[in-house]
Design a protein around this ligand. Sequence first.
Ligand code: HEM
Length: 159
Amino acid sequence: MNELTLARALHVLSIVIWIGGVGFVTTVLLPTLRHSTSGEDKIAIFNEIENRFSFIAKVSVLIAGLSGFFMIQKLNAWHRFEDIQYFWMHAMVSIWILFMMALFIIEPFFLNHGRMIKNPHIQSNLRKTQIVHGIILTLSLLTAFVSVLGAHGFIFKIN
Ligand code: HEM
């Protein structure tokens, strides 16, 4: 039971750091940069901050996944994925896969930030980035919300 509680605490802590960071980038950093005047500087600032956060996010996403799968094993809860009443479990894993892909595959192999700096449409790039971040943040927050409800038997009774 102690291990399960510890894993739960690590799970929630990593989610707080990771989704909190996404929230900051989406609601504070991107709007500030979009409305500031200096052209190339703002992309450089954005890259610098995102690169630093990227490392923190990678570690947090890994800890969230490890602690999550550990809890499934401890709770003997693999059967939940066959039952739609546990849709919040599917939601958690889907968000996790989305971020794993973004951080470990799309960002290092497909996103060329250098090209973005030279792009004359910096403003529209930042707008698109903010929209994508906004959608992902909303889905992540909804997932966190229903996961607490689900884990505590608010949605359906847990067996
Ligand atoms: C591979 C990815 C993940 C796995 C395997 C996983 C697994 C789990 C498990 C097994 C639980 C405990 C459920 C229970 O007590 O019945 C849990 C709780 C929770 N998870 Fe995840 N999770 C993952 C990702 C996420 C993500 C991405 C989020 C947020 C967006 C999230 C948020 C939560 C929350 C808020 C709780 C409830 C904590 C509590 O109040 O006790 N998880 N997760």
